[in-house]
Structure formats: C-alpha cells, structure tokens
Design a protein around this ligand. Sequence first.
Ligand SMILES: [Cu+2]
Length: 162
Amino acid sequence: MTVLQQPIARRAVLAGLTVAVASTAVSPAAADDRPPMKVFKDPNCGCCSGWATHMTDAGFAVTVVEAEDLKRVRSQAGVPAELAGCHTAEVGGYIVEGHVPAVAVRRLLATRPTATGIAAPGMPMGSPGMESPDPETFEVFLFGPAPGQKQSFGLYRGTEQA
Ligand SMILES: [Cu+2]
C-alpha cells in the first residue's frame, strides 16, 4: 500500500463503522426518516397527484417530475408492459409503479428483496389516489430483475393489506 492509498483505505473502514452504527440505531430514527422519492407523472394526471400526496403524508420526501412520455420512462425503468400503472416512481433503488400503498413501499424498503420494484397495475378503485366509497381488493406484484420475473407482493384494499 502506498502512502497515497492509505488514507482512502482508512476512510473506507470508517465509513463501514458509520454504517454499522447507523443500522443498529435504526428503530427509534425510523419514524423521522424521510426517504427521497421521485414520481414521474403526466402533467394532466389527477390521480397521480393524489398518490404523490399519499406518499408525502406517509413520510416520503416526494419530488414530482412531469414527464411527457411515461411509456418511455416505464420501459427504461424495467416495468413490464402488463404491470403498467399511471405513474412511475423511484425510491431507495427500487421502482414503484402505479397506485401502490405506502405500507407496501415501506415493506419493500425494510425487506429489500432482489427485484426491480413493485407494481399495482391499472387503476384499482379505492387505492391511494383513487379513493372510492366502494374499494376493490387489488394485488401488488414484485417484478424483475430478470425480464418476465414476477410474483405476488400481497393483496391490498385501500391503503392497507387485505
Ligand atoms: Cu391513476
């Protein structure tokens, strides 16, 4: 090891220690944590704004990006066409497609499965942003990273697990 490399190696060790300390202290801090989330939506989509508000209320630091070509955003994000919703979000290294409840996103970020992301395809009645007096039960899917890879991430009704 050269003299120049040494401080970098020491810094890496210190960074590792910082991560270890932070993860043991995660429980009390979790409530104040505001994971940054980017929401790509069509400028004219009202239910997309409703969903962004739901995520903000649930404690995410949401940035809305008005996108002209959501189909392109979706395909670049690796969302299979059959799982398409009306908006696409990025949070914690994952993609969240459509009207997924915040509790499902929290579970995704807490369990960190090997996947591209989760999706609530279509426009489920009663889902966050699609509030309805007659909510339906809808499925959230975990998808990727391999093309076509998809499994259930649970059934939801309104903002909660069904
Ligand atoms: Cu919608």
